[in-house]
Write a protein that binds this ligand. Structure first.
Ligand code: FCB
Length: 448
């Protein structure tokens, strides 16, 4: 046995998001979000599940914080529900919403856990969607106003701020693939939404600097790693497009203030134009303190005329799969973060989500023996260690997720937690993977 030792200042955490865990959607003055509307529309979410109750973390956050403390993490990533702060998106601030997050932040700080706060993890106030949502440039101003309000309210309590979670999901998954709220299938709309979210990110960073808020600010992109199945030129090009959809399309503007030209041409040929205004690209490329990366999977792609958006298809090469049917591809994590460093330099990187969904069974003595999830974490931790050894500035890792929760369009049937949520009683039961991670943190590394 050998031990892979992590740096003593490595940040270990877990992550959640407001709509996925809070419940209490009609309490504390919260207004409706696009996810309330979407999940209450029959047929949009598996089993017609919704986030009305979720894990009830609105009432049980103290229990969640106690679980974090016992886990031994030094950080926790969660998101603020914009409609708790501004029930209608703009206008009157709701003090009860601010109070709730003050309580959460205070409980974390009292337990020695650094808060990492995401401003936008998908619960757009419905009132803003009624005026066009992210397709309307005024939503950028509403976002900056919301950001300013929470920056000022929580200044000094939050170590890390993340403007957006997964702009690809906010734009393409939600407005082109139609899988997430608001559920449109319009490529031009998706490209516009992506651009406006990127500008909103940049404007929020500017505001953060202008106000002199303490802590660090960055954004989180969901990157994947798709390799060409063969060295044939058309396979290489198709895989490159498939990969760039998640990766370059968001990373280039964030770091370089440009969009990848080959992708701009590709989208233009399909009738989708980016509505860039003077100054937008400079705004987007505001220097950030760190980049958050969510990584779950990757795979192999090849050319197939007419397939998908990019004349490309995924090739199955026998990967183990999670219960989401996602390939288990730990090497992809190593490759994609090595690429991030090469392309975009030495900005500190945090893995702001990584984890796996498997079918879990609660035993009579309330245990969950999730050996496959442990294996998934173990393999990805090893790649993290390789990255650090390679000099990639990987500073922290947040496991998705602390708890089983409302998994968006998949509802409650897809469990990602290291703690099992019993949806009948709302009791939380740590799984074996929770104890595995606890031991990794406590011992400063892992035995391999
Ligand atoms: C990510 C989301 C997160 C969770 C995981 C499984 O795309 O950011 O909320 O649903 O996937």
């Amino acid at each position: 046995m050998a031990k892979l030792v992590f740096p003593s200042d490595f940040v270990w955490g877990t992550a959640t998001a407001s709509y996925q865990i809070e419940g209490a959607v009609r309490e504390g003055g919260r207004g409706p979000s696009i996810w309330d509307t979407f999940s209450h529309t029959p047929g949009k979410v598996a089993n017609n599940d919704n986030g009305d109750v979720a894990c009830d973390s609105y009432h049980r956050y103290e229990e969640d914080v106690a679980l974090l403390k016992k886990l031994g993490v030094n950080a926790y990533r969660f998101s603020i529900a914009w409609p708790r702060i501004f029930p209608k998106g703009t206008g009157q601030v709701n003090p009860e919403g601010l109070d709730y997050y003050h309580r959460v932040l205070d409980a974390l700080i009292a337990s020695g856990i650094e808060p990492c706060v995401t401003l936008y993890h998908w619960d757009l106030p419905q009132a803003l969607q009624d005026k066009g949502g992210w397709a309307n440039r005024e939503t950028i101003d509403a976002f900056v106003n919301y950001a300013e309000t929470v920056f000022k309210a929580f200044d000094g309590k939050v170590k890390q701020w993340i403007t957006f979670n997964e702009t690809w999901c906010v734009s393409f998954l939600s407005n082109y693939l139609g899988v997430h709220a608001p559920g449109y299938t319009d490529l031009g709309l998706a490209v516009k939404v992506a651009h406006h979210c990127l500008v909103a990110h940049g404007e929020a960073v500017k505001k953060f600097r202008a106000l002199g808020i303490r802590g660090e600010i960055g954004t989180t992109h969901n990157l994947n790693w798709i390799e060409p199945y063969s060295t044939r030129k058309e396979d290489v090009e198709a895989a490159r497009r498939m990969r760039a959809w998640n990766n370059e399309w968001f990373m280039e503007p964030t770091f370089k203030g440009t969009y990848p030209a080959f992708m701009v041409d590709w989208f233009r040929a399909k009738g989708a134009e980016i509505p860039i205004r003077a100054g937008d690209m400079e705004t987007i490329a505001q220097p950030i303190d760190f980049i958050g990366v969510n990584y779950y999977s990757g795979g192999f792609g090849r050319y197939k005329q007419g397939a998908g958006l990019f004349d490309g298809e995924e090739v199955q090469i026998g990967f183990d799969k999670t219960f989401m049917d996602w390939n288990v591809y730990p090497d992809g994590l190593y490759k994609v973060l090595s690429w991030v460093r090469e392309e975009y330099g030495d900005t500190p990187i945090y893995i702001t989500e990584n984890g796996a969904c498997y079918e879990d069974e609660l035993t009579e003595d309330k245990r969950v023996h999730d050996a496959k999830r442990i294996d998934y974490f173990r393999k990805h931790f090893i790649q993290c260690h390789r990255l650090i050894e390679s000099g990639v500035p990987l500073k922290g890792y947040f496991a998705w997720s602390l708890l089983d929760n409302f998994e968006w369009a998949e509802g409650y049937r897809k469990r990602f937690g290291i703690v099992y949520t019993d949806y009948n009683t709302l009791e939380r039961h740590p799984k074996d993977s929770y104890y595995f991670i606890r031991d990794v943190i406590a011992s400063g590394g892992l035995e391999v």
